[in-house]
Write a protein that binds this ligand. Structure first.
Ligand SMILES: [Zn+2]
Ligand SMILES: [Zn+2]
Length: 147
């Protein structure tokens, strides 16, 4: 973990009355190293040197104080670092297998900005939910409907 992130993590934690402990650093590092959002179960399996209950508790606390946020797919969710730690982006979520693809294009941001200017509206935040079928599931979706 780089020192900028570790300072930021420490600041957010202490602002909410929490201290920077080893388990919290370990969970945070697992999130930093994740290339895509992960489920709680996946994260708990990765940091197997900490008991699952602590991982769940840490993630719950991280979510309450804005260190992580949830990427929803129906009633299920995956977890990733909030925009405090990772650059702003959006996701495509597959409704069949739950794969989450991070969108790296900034065309969406550009068009939002254009609309902002056109409508003379000051946009302070936005979230866009995009769901459908990933490349693998696209082929098999009719099979799913009949099966
Ligand atoms: Zn899929
Ligand atoms: Zn955006």
């Amino acid at each position: 973990m780089n020192s900028v992130n570790s300072e930021k993590l420490k600041t957010i934690l202490s602002k909410h009355g929490h201290s920077l402990t080893m388990p919290r650093i370990t969970v945070f590092n697992a999130l930093i190293n994740a290339s895509e959002p992960k489920t709680i179960t996946e994260l708990a399996a990765e940091v197997n040197d900490i008991d699952k209950v602590s991982v769940y508790r840490t993630l719950h606390m991280f979510s309450e104080i804005g260190i992580v946020h949830r990427v929803w797919n129906g009633f299920k969710s995956k977890i990733e670092l909030s925009e405090e730690f990772s650059p702003h982006h959006h996701h495509f979520t597959c409704v069949k297998c739950g794969t989450v693809t991070t969108l790296k294009s900034d065309k969406l941001e550009t068009s939002l900005h254009e609309m902002e200017v056109d409508l003379d509206f000051e946009l302070t935040q936005h979230s866009v939910e995009l769901s459908g079928y990933c490349a693998n599931c696209k082929e098999n979706k009719t099979g799913q409907l009949t099966g």
